[in-house]
Design a protein around this ligand. Sequence first.
Ligand SMILES: NC(=O)c1ccc[n+]([C@@H]2O[C@H](COP(=O)([O-])OP(=O)(O)OC[C@H]3O[C@@H](n4cnc5c(N)ncnc54)[C@H](OP(=O)(O)O)[C@@H]3O)[C@@H](O)[C@H]2O)c1
Length: 166
Amino acid sequence: MISIIVAVANNNVIGKDNKLIWHLPADMKFFKEKTTGHCVITGRKNYESIPEKFRPLPNRTNIVITRQKDYVAPGAIIVDSIEKALLTAKNTGDTEIFIIGGGEIYKQSLHFADRVYLTQINHSFEGDAFFPELLNLEWKLTSKVEGKTDDNNKYPHSFFTYEKIA
Ligand SMILES: NC(=O)c1ccc[n+]([C@@H]2O[C@H](COP(=O)([O-])OP(=O)(O)OC[C@H]3O[C@@H](n4cnc5c(N)ncnc54)[C@H](OP(=O)(O)O)[C@@H]3O)[C@@H](O)[C@H]2O)c1
């Protein structure tokens, strides 16, 4: 199983200036629950956007994709293609491999994915990184759970799961 996990604003924005734009601890909790114990595949830029003290993401096999030959990320596995990242993850025996972004990696890996966990943030933001459109013909919505807003989670949000139509 290859899964993409992403949080997307109304206008498909996922980030700006190599940062997450919104603060939504409920989604971070969801991300942690889903990915813990699994391989996480990330583009080099997204990896560097994670604050240094939180990377490599703990209790997960971190696989970073870069074209830089001499790239160093202590505690992470470095590969130079999405195919190699997926093969490396499969060779660990992981039953669900997570592609965790960012925009470039989502766009190039959507066709490899079986499942997408998509947190929809019901708000528009300006940004420079985007998630590709999921076509109704290719993806079936299998679960929708509405998130709860509170003082710490002020943007309305919902957790969607899509499965690829075989
Ligand atoms: N909302 C969300 O759920 C979410 C999740 C993740 C990320 N984000 C946001 O997304 C943004 C980052 O996304 P991004 O599109 O700018 O960058 P990215 O996808 O994280 O990383 C791009 C980098 O990955 C490497 N790369 C890409 N394709 C490759 C390939 N085919 N082969 C080898 N290496 C490849 C290159 O690294 P080198 O330049 O080193 O060669 C490239 O510069 C940030 O704003 C982040 O906050 C949001």
